[in-house]
Design a protein around this ligand. Structure first.
Ligand code: F3S
Length: 427
């Protein structure tokens, strides 16, 4: 790779051994990718500094946090002193709910170790947003801004909706980017990589979060890791629609960017979205495809007896919490069921100002932050059958936690929590 003078200085160790190890890692990474140079970044989102007790013990680092960061975040055989972040950096979701440790079935010492991780990472200057939706709570990069983000649902939002630029980075590359302000100039950082390849003609109304989630699931399955261009959407999609569409498409496929003609920043027209090239594949998304998506998503549901309803994947916005509060106010979650709602710390703080937390608690539901069922491997004890309004979570719950899962609208899911029965229908 061609290095600028500041990059070479970091590689030579002039800014200390921590940044030197980070540059060494990034040069190895960039060369493996075939990148010729770096771009500057001042926006990094990852899980820097987080690790499990297993990893700590595997590397035999005891309480030495810099040593663990050197080995695990920077892939360095040598333990070095870790300096503060050079960029704006945020932490993503974690594996723990900080206020309800009783809800987790965790090994002894794991929660305390997690809390130490969090303090260490905050001490490096990382903003502990602890959410998969950093773009909802203060990290909203501008169009064209180079970023280094992890978390598939956040990456696809960053590229597609904000028009900012990131690949799906990993823990090591985000940790190194945060220390150096550099990331390889490759993939979605480059104009030529951002054009659509698959044309999707939408021929059925797409309005609700559920509609967008089902379409995201179907489109992701069809295009896999390619870039779909969605045409035929009249009303401008809202943030929550993009959030559910992108998360689903990134789960059933590996979609890291999409265009919605007339609505996303690099798709004023079909020609612009495709980069004036012919699409590699064309398909229609109509009522039959929607039904197919619904049936596939619900193929993992069998029993109608619902033990658990999970809402908040990706983490719920304030408006989604308000919708649920309208549906549950004055009612009670059924004694045979549970309702857990996941959001970010910042949104929960806002929810408290509106007394939403009281409505939720009075109904017997739980509002949680920082994590989700899939991340924490946590469901209410004895859960066999779950329901959720997230296509992504429907995709993961059966495979990760071995439970049955139903997918439906938020209203269907709340009804399931209140009655303990699944009565969802395809729209
Ligand atoms: Fe977020 Fe968990 Fe879904 S981290 S995107 S709520 S799987």
């Amino acid at each position: 790779m061609k290095l600028s003078s500041d990059e070479q200085a970091m590689l030579d160790g002039e800014d200390g051994s921590g940044r030197q190890k980070a540059m060494e890692l990034l040069v190895r990474y960039g060369e493996a990718l075939g990148a010729e140079k770096f771009v500057d970044t001042d926006n990094v989102t990852g899980t820097m500094g987080s690790s499990s007790t297993f990893i700590r013990d595997y590397f035999d680092t005891g309480d030495d946090r810099d040593k663990l960061f050197s080995y695990f975040d920077l892939d360095s055989d040598e333990a070095v002193e870790i300096p503060k972040a050079r960029t704006f950096a945020c932490h993503l979701q974690t594996r723990f709910e900080p206020q309800r440790p009783d809800l987790h079935d965790t090994p002894a010492g794991a929660l305390e170790f997690h809390q130490d991780n969090q303090e260490y990472t905050a001490g490096l200057g990382v903003k502990m947003l602890n959410t998969c939706t950093p773009y909802v709570v203060g990290n909203t990069p501008a169009q064209g801004e180079h970023c280094a983000w992890m978390e598939s649902s956040a990456v696809v939002y960053c590229n597609s909706v904000l028009g900012a630029r990131t690949n799906t980075e990993g823990r090591e590359s985000t940790s190194a980017a945060m220390l150096t302000g550099k990331i390889p100039d490759w993939g979605f950082h480059r104009d030529e990589y951002r054009f659509g390849s698959h044309h999707v003609k939408v021929e059925t109304p797409i309005e609700s979060v559920m509609d967008w989630g089902m379409m995201g699931y179907y489109v992701g399955k069809m295009v896999q890791e390619n870039i779909p261009v969605i045409e035929g959407i009249s009303a401008a999609p809202e943030l929550i629609h993009h959030k559910h569409f992108g998360a689903a498409a990134a789960s059933s496929g590996g979609v890291e960017m999409y265009h919605v003609v007339g609505h996303t920043p690099e798709a004023d027209s079909l020609e612009q979205a495709l980069g004036s090239r012919k699409s590699a594949e064309n398909f229609v998304y109509g009522i039959n495809e929607m039904r197919e998506a619904y049936d596939e998503l619900n193929a993992q549901g069998n029993s109608d007896d619902i033990d658990y309803v999970m809402l908040g994947c990706p983490h719920y916005t304030l408006e989604q919490i308000a919708v649920v509060c309208r549906l549950i106010e004055g009612k009670k979650v059924h004694e045979n069921s549970n309702l857990w709602i996941f959001t970010s710390r910042a949104v929960r703080n806002e929810a408290i100002k509106h007394d939403f937390h009281k409505i939720i608690a009075k109904a017997g539901a739980v509002l949680m932050t920082d994590t989700c069922s899939a991340m924490a491997s946590a469901t209410p004890a004895g859960t066999k059958v779950a329901a959720t309004d997230s296509a992504k979570q429907t995709y993961y719950l059966p495979s990760m936690l071995g439970v049955e899962a139903w997918f439906g609208s938020t209203k269907d899911c709340v009804d399931a929590a209140l009655t303990s029965k699944w009565r969802g229908v395809c729209p």
